[in-house]
Write a protein that binds this ligand. Structure first.
Ligand code: NAD
Ligand code: ZN
Length: 278
């Protein structure tokens, strides 16, 4: 409400422009205000965190939280433009860089084996904020997300592959009340579980899992949650992504290729969630 007050105070009208400068929270919130104030006024995104640069600023999902659920009040509303300056990352806390990078790894797994390989080879440069390396991974990620969203803006089919690692990741976040793990940490564990499920189901070879595990280890991200498999499974069924009682998973069939499957049985899930990643 404070933001709408500010819109009135500054006498914004339908020809005004809102500039969303900041991380994903600022982008999602400003975008939602832009989408709803006077039924929609133009806005641009200037994302300053890695996650916002490669993910939340692209695709037009804007939202605010409600006490009953994260991002539950929202809309699809595209910015006029997204401007990214990789120099902003120089002040970003290291952990935010690392957790943002998880989404970049995700793009590699779902769509681009070359990007994945590039991260494997250039991880040091990326973490040292080498501008050429940042430009390469950010531009490639934006292109991948933009292509997927252009094909399926409202997430009726292919956009769902962007949820790779997020099914179990969201369950981990929800079970720990969004306090214990950063989004990228939970998603990294979710990606490892999804890859293990794919290996277990014979959809892909174990190297697809091992290469992801190796990157997650190199990033120093947590590999376990201490959560009980049965609690994770229960939470998965409560998630809004369970379609008519069936769980849906994005599973890798190789690096750069995924499928959407509703064939993951509770037995496989329980088996995989019981294992660990050491
Ligand atoms: N709309 C979408 O499609 C979409 C996709 C993914 C995530 N999200 C949303 O994005 C949000 C997460 O975004 P986030 O990770 O950017 O979180 P965030 O906006 O909270 O930023 C993380 C932290 O970094 C700080 N920060 C940002 N840029 C900085 C900079 N250049 N220098 C120093 N500090 C800086 C922020 O103040 C904050 O403390 C979540 O709310 C999530 O739901 C939306
Ligand atoms: Zn994410």
């Amino acid at each position: 409400m404070i933001l709408y007050e500010a819109c009135f105070d500054h006498k914004l009208d339908r020809s005004s422009l809102i500039v969303a400068l900041g991380g994903g929270v600022a982008g999602d919130m400003s975008g939602f205000v832009a989408a709803t104030f006077m039924r929609g006024i133009p806005f641009i995104q200037i994302p300053t965190s890695l996650l916002a640069q490669v993910d939340s600023s692209i695709g037009g999902k804007v939202a605010v939280n409600h006490p009953r659920g994260k991002n539950m009040i929202g809309s699809f509303y595209q910015p006029l433009a997204v401007f990214i300056d990789t120099e902003t990352l120089s002040t970003l806390p290291a952990i935010e860089l690392v957790t943002g990078l998880v989404e970049v790894i995700k793009y590699g797994v779902i769509k681009d084996a070359e990007l994945f390989e590039y991260i494997e080879k250039s991880l040091y440069d990326i973490l040292q904020l080498d501008q050429k390396a940042l430009l390469k991974i950010i531009a490639t990620s934006c292109q991948i997300k933009a292509d997927i969203v252009a094909e399926d803006e409202k997430e009726k089919h292919v956009r769902a592959i962007l949820n790779y690692g997020h099914t179990i990741g969201h369950a981990i976040e929800a079970l720990t009340h969004y306090k214990k793990y950063r989004h990228g940490e939970a998603v990294a564990i979710g990606m490892l579980y999804a890859a293990r499920i794919a290996v277990e189901m014979g959809l892909t070879g174990s190297t697809v899992f091992e290469r992801q595990l190796s990157l997650v280890k190199r990033l120093g991200l947590p590999l376990s949650t201490g959560l009980k498999p049965k609690d994770i499974i229960k939470t998965l069924y409560l998630d809004k992504k369970a379609v008519s009682g069936k769980l849906r998973f994005v599973l890798p069939t190789g690096i750069g290729e995924v499928i959407i499957s509703d064939q993951v049985t509770e037995e496989i899930l329980s088996h995989v969630l019981t294992g660990n990643f050491v």
